[in-house]
Design a protein around this ligand. Structure first.
Ligand code: SF4
Length: 677
């Protein structure tokens, strides 16, 4: 085993890697790679902001691989999106594997690891233990036959696939069909008991990951490994979190539980196969009780326990407990019984644990509570969803601090980590103390006492793009503030004039799907430019069409704010209709805001404005994707120029040349259009 001192330094390895991919040395990339190397040596955590075009993946992969080979240990790289996972696994790591083999003394190895539900479960497919369909599906014969056809296709696919990985199935199948062939970690029988455990796709992926120097995974699995006490990732001593701006949201999702009467009924039906009928019937009745009161619960945040809910939750807790007791211990040798038992147990535990968590959620003084509870609205734009009670942690900073930073050296990186000009907001949300201070307040923790926080350093390596010369930030000060009832006519006129001046090439980022659809419908009547709207086809296909045809515009909402990477003249104008504050009735954001205010802080700035700043930086970052790109970011919401918090939001963006003159902007767009033609 080569020791760390035998191996070439990070700079030398990086130069080899950059040469192998045909790139040139970039100062920000070198600076970042050195900082990651230093974090590995000192054990201090590191937050690095590295703008698009820095080449940040090589800047962390090279020191990470060097460390793994030198210490025979495993490094975990976590991403938020499948696109980045694919880039690392299909492009960056295969190139590094070849390029660095000689200097590292051997080929470094890598693997991808996802949650168990992402792999087809051979035992479920063989045993015919399909899930009960949802009530909505049960009464829709078309849906039943569609799922049937998809499951048939999955049966054929299983003899072709080597990985059983859902993301490799093209075209994909619906969630309902995939559920018929996948299990959660709780439902899995375990390799030793499973009759096809030696062929299991998920187990093979885990074994390969255990032998690898570097594992690529996602934030959800990292969170499950760190927070939920299941060891799903092999032993590791370095974690690199890319797309770290999304970490808190992904961890919050993993730590969120929900309850519907449908979930209870499904658990009761599963239980009925393995426990006495009267015990299962008791759970069914408790589920009926939940269905009865659910419609009467007010939509939105529930700050106090609604009276009828207490009795219903207690009944659910006791009925699921009785079913779990009725299951007995895992002693039967019959694999069918074991499978039925395991599937029932997993659903029963889920309902039981959520009922218990909800019963505790309102305990004590409101300022001491850790969880936020709300009843969802079923009035969305998509298919109707059953009324649901959700419970989520007010903050995940304490969890991250104790279960991630206290255990493993962690490097957090993204193009967007400084908000309002510094790392403070992000660091607070992760549970890291102020960089120059020794202690941290843990919001939502039982004690508000400051405690010693983990040591960390930050670095902003900037961007290779000259934002001031390549991009114009247009603040449409003359427009009215955005209204509650859709886009004002002045906004539609402004959008039309801007996109026509640009000759198409427009990405419209709207704060709601309703606004994106309204703009699409109205502007299709007024302009001959082609407008694609999110939801009319798969987002990947729409983005491809948009990139291929320069005269096309693409309108949409949240996933486009973060997921569009179109360099070149197809994208020269980004329009944002309004500052993307969370909705005032967003239960989690409003509860977080209130918690900050209860401690004497500025809730609006800490929560709503910070959320908006992050999204604005992400969305406007779609414009410049390569050093040759030029264009305009048009913010129609005048509050960015006029409101007091506007300065905070603007300081979260790179320093574009800024104007409020529509004539100047239209002329600039016209020149870019002419140059591109
Ligand atoms: S080990 Fe678990 S996931 Fe794998 S085939 Fe068996 S039951 Fe399915």
């Amino acid at each position: 085993m080569p020791s760390s001192t035998d191996l070439p330094g990070v700079n030398e390895l990086l130069a080899t890697a950059v040469g192998a991919v045909g790139g040139s040395e970039r100062p920000g990339q070198v600076e970042m790679a050195e900082a990651v190397g230093r974090a590995v040596r000192t054990g201090d955590h590191l937050a690095v902001q590295a703008g698009t075009g820095t080449g940040k993946s090589l800047a962390y992969l090279v020191p990470a691989l060097r460390h793994a080979v030198a210490t025979e240990s495993t490094v975990v790289v976590s991403t938020a999106t499948i696109a980045l996972q694919r880039q690392l696994i299909d492009r960056d790591l295969p190139r590094l594997e070849k390029a660095l083999a000689k200097q590292l003394g051997r080929k470094p190895t890598f693997a991808i690891l996802k949650g168990r539900r992402n792999y087809l479960c051979l035992h479920k497919l063989d045993s015919g233990m399909e899930d009960e369909p949802d009530d909505a599906v049960l009464f829709d014969p078309f849906e039943v036959s569609r799922i049937g056809r998809e499951v048939k296709r999955l049966r054929e696919w299983v003899s072709d696939t080597e990985t059983g990985d859902r993301d490799e199935l093209v075209p994909g199948v619906s969630e309902g069909a995939w559920r018929q062939v996948a299990v959660s970690a709780r439902e899995c029988l375990g390799k030793a008991r499973c009759p096809v455990g030696t062929d299991c796709f998920a187990e093979k992926a885990r074994e390969e990951a255990g032998r690898s120097d570097l594992i690529v995974t996602n934030h959800a699995l990292l969170a499950i490994d760190a927070l939920q006490g299941y060891q799903v990732l092999p032993e590791h001593d370095l974690v690199i979190v890319d797309e770290a701006h999304d970490l808190v949201d992904r961890v919050t999702s993993v730590a969120t539980a929900e309850l519907t009467s449908g979930l209870v009924a499904a658990a009761a039906r599963r239980a009925a196969r393995v426990v006495d009928q009267d015990v299962a019937d008791r759970l069914l009745e408790a589920g009926d009780g939940l269905a009865l009161i659910m419609d009467d619960l007010p939509v939105g945040r529930l700050d106090e326990m609604p009276k009828p809910l207490h009795g219903t939750l207690s009944a659910l807790r006791d009925a699921t407990h009785a079913c779990i007791t009725g299951l007995g211990s895992e002693k039967s040798g019959d694999v069918d019984v074991q499978t039925a038992r395991k599937l029932a147990l997993s659903q029963l535990e889920e309902v039981h644990d959520t009922a218990v968590r909800l019963l505790d959620a309102w305990d004590g003084d409101a300022s001491q509570r850790r969880d936020v509870v709300w009843r969802t609205s079923d009035s969305g734009m998509g298919p109707p969803r059953p009324p649901t009670i959700k419970v989520a942690p007010l903050a995940v900073s304490g969890l991250l601090r104790e279960r991630l930073f206290a255990q493993t050296t962690t490097v957090l990186t993204s193009a967007t980590l400084t908000l309002g000009g510094n790392f403070d907001s992000m660091a607070r949300s992760w549970g890291l103390p102020p960089e120059d201070g020794p202690s941290v307040q843990v919001p939502g923790a039982a004690s508000e006492k400051a405690v010693d926080g983990p040591k960390w350093t930050s670095l902003d390596v900037g961007s290779p793009f000259d934002h001031g010369r390549k991009g114009i930030l247009y603040l449409a000060k003359h427009l009215p503030p955005p209204g509650r009832d859709g886009l004002p006519p002045a906004y539609l006129n402004e959008i039309k004039e801007l996109m026509e001046a640009a000759g198409g090439r427009t990405l419209g980022l709207f704060s709601s799907m309703r606004a994106a659809k309204q703009a699409t419908e109205e502007l299709r009547k007024r302009t001959s430019l082609e407008i694609l709207c999110q939801g009319e086809d798969s987002t990947a296909l729409l983005v491809r069409k948009f990139a291929e045809d320069e005269a096309t515009c693409l309108f949409g909402t949240l996933s486009l704010w973060q997921g569009v990477d179109v360099p070149g003249p197809s994208l020269q104008l980004v329009i944002v209709d309004r500052i993307p504050f969370p909705r005032p009735d967003d239960p989690l954001a409003s509860a977080r805001q209130r918690a900050v205010e209860a401690r004497g802080g500025n809730g609006f700035l800490s929560v709503a404005a910070t959320h908006a700043a992050l999204l604005l930086a992400q969305g406007t970052g779609r414009l410049l994707r390569s050093t040759d790109d030029r264009g305009v970011i048009a913010i129609l919401d005048p509050r960015l120029a006029t409101a007091r918090y506007g300065g905070f939001l603007r300081s979260s963006l790179p320093s574009y040349w800024t104007t409020s003159d529509p004539g100047v902007v239209r002329a600039a767009l016209g020149r870019l259009d002419t140059a591109a033609n």
